[in-house]
Design a protein around this ligand. Structure first.
Ligand SMILES: CC(C)(COP(=O)(O)OP(=O)(O)OC[C@H]1O[C@@H](n2cnc3c(N)ncnc32)[C@H](O)[C@@H]1OP(=O)(O)O)[C@@H](O)C(=O)NCCC(=O)NCCS
Length: 350
């Protein structure tokens, strides 16, 4: 089996392979992957590693991104589109293609790898670490808040994007590990983050946007994939959450066979990391519970460069060292990005 980067012109063969992934939604997986391959101006075939026999049988895609931590931009490789043809599994193909992608990331001075895993043990064997987050589950007490729904406005990019972009940049700094987004990234996110559509609501004060939320339906559940607020607009933001958790007549997100009332009765979100927002949600009649999610995984690709960037002590493992391989790199990352501080907006998912 030949492991190599994808060549220009092989995009269709890649989509034929990844499109075999069984879809948990009504949305065809080939269309989902087409966004990352055909509809994303950042796509470069050299970011995709494949194994080839008679045809392409295994693939891994690197998503070059900048992750912001402590106000610094860290070059990382997101990993996605990890797939082996069902007839070629358990032969070590995905592991070989992953290793080739990881070598490539190291050679390109990416400091970290980040992925959102199904099979966690598969990635652990390759040196990845679970970065466990407490994922909030939000439930309205009662049947939601029709007044909040009536007050929320639909986002209009021509009118609102500049204000929302400024809120994203400042509010996201409450957390570490979010993707930096320039204007082009914003337009790509607006085009590609829905599943297939998204609900994007804004709240205004004196005509200006002061808070926003973005939600999708993933695996038939309501997922709040991003939000932000100006300082002092906590109540406005909590009302937008309440609007999302309220049934509507023509529900743009509820999947076939799930009534809006049931679909809107629970939502999962990123870690909130905003105490005043949590209190305001309670005040709006929204209960917040959490569940552990071990699916976010990091790999420290270039520990020396990463340690130097943050002024952290680091030396490679000596021969004869009793420490587990990778443990020193895991501790280095945990000093800079303790798991409870890590929150990623699913709107940037790969
Ligand atoms: C995960 C996947 C890419 C592995 O491809 P592969 O070429 O068979 O991988 P390898 O042969 O290198 O490694 C296989 C090992 O991965 C691990 N593994 C695979 N799927 C797993 C799962 N769902 N849970 C736990 N471990 C899993 C097992 O240890 C397996 O070893 P085994 O076959 O001896 O049991 C393939 O099963 C696949 O395409 N699955 C569907 C898509 C998917 O889940 N992708 C990953 C999303 S993050």
């Amino acid at each position: 089996m030949n492991v190599r980067p994808l060549r220009d012109g092989e995009q269709n063969a890649l989509l034929d392979l990844a499109g075999l992934w069984p879809s948990p939604d009504d949305y065809p997986m080939r269309d989902l992957f087409a966004r990352y391959v055909e509809e994303d101006a950042r796509f470069d075939p050299r970011d995709v590693w494949v194994a080839e026999g008679d045809a392409l049988v295994s693939c891994v895609q690197i998503f070059p991104r900048k992750l912001v931590m402590h106000g610094k931009s860290v070059p990382i490789g997101g990993i996605g589109t990890v797939f082996t043809h069902p007839e070629h599994r358990s032969g070590g193909l995905a592991a070989s293609v992953m290793r080739a992608a990881m070598d490539d990331m190291q050679g390109r001075a990416m400091e970290l790898g980040l992925l959102f895993a199904g099979p966690v043990p598969f990635y652990e064997k390759l040196g990845w670490h679970s970065w466990e987050v407490q994922r909030p589950l939000l439930r309205p007490r009662g049947e939601g808040d029709p007044d909040a729904l009536a007050a929320a406005e639909a986002f209009d990019p021509a009118r609102d994007l500049a204000e929302v972009q400024a809120i994203h940049a400042s509010y996201s700094r409450l957390r570490d590990g979010f993707c930096a987004r320039d204007s082009r990234d914003w337009w790509i996110s607006l085009r590609n983050s829905g599943h297939p559509g998204e609900e994007f609501l804004v709240a205004r004060d004196a005509g200006r946007v002061v808070a926003y939320v973005r939600a999708v339906c993933l695996s038939r559940f309501l997922v709040i994939m991003e939000w932000g607020r100006e300082q002092g607009a906590t109540q406005a933001l909590a009302s937008l959450f309440a609007a999302l958790l309220t049934r509507r007549e023509d529900d743009p997100l509820a999947p076939a066979g799930r009534p809006s009332l049931e679909f809107r009765s629970v939502a999962s979100a990123s870690p909130i990391l905003d105490e005043s927002l949590e209190a305001a949600l309670e005040g709006c009649g929204i209960d917040v519970a959490t569940s552990e999610d071990a699916g976010s995984m990091f790999w420290v690709a270039n520990p020396e460069a990463f340690a130097y960037r943050f002024g952290e002590p680091y030396r490679r493992r000596d021969t004869g060292d009793l420490e587990e391989p990778g443990e020193r790199e895991r501790r280095l990352l945990a000093r800079v990005l303790p798991p409870p501080r890590f929150a990623f907006w699913p709107a940037d998912r790969f």
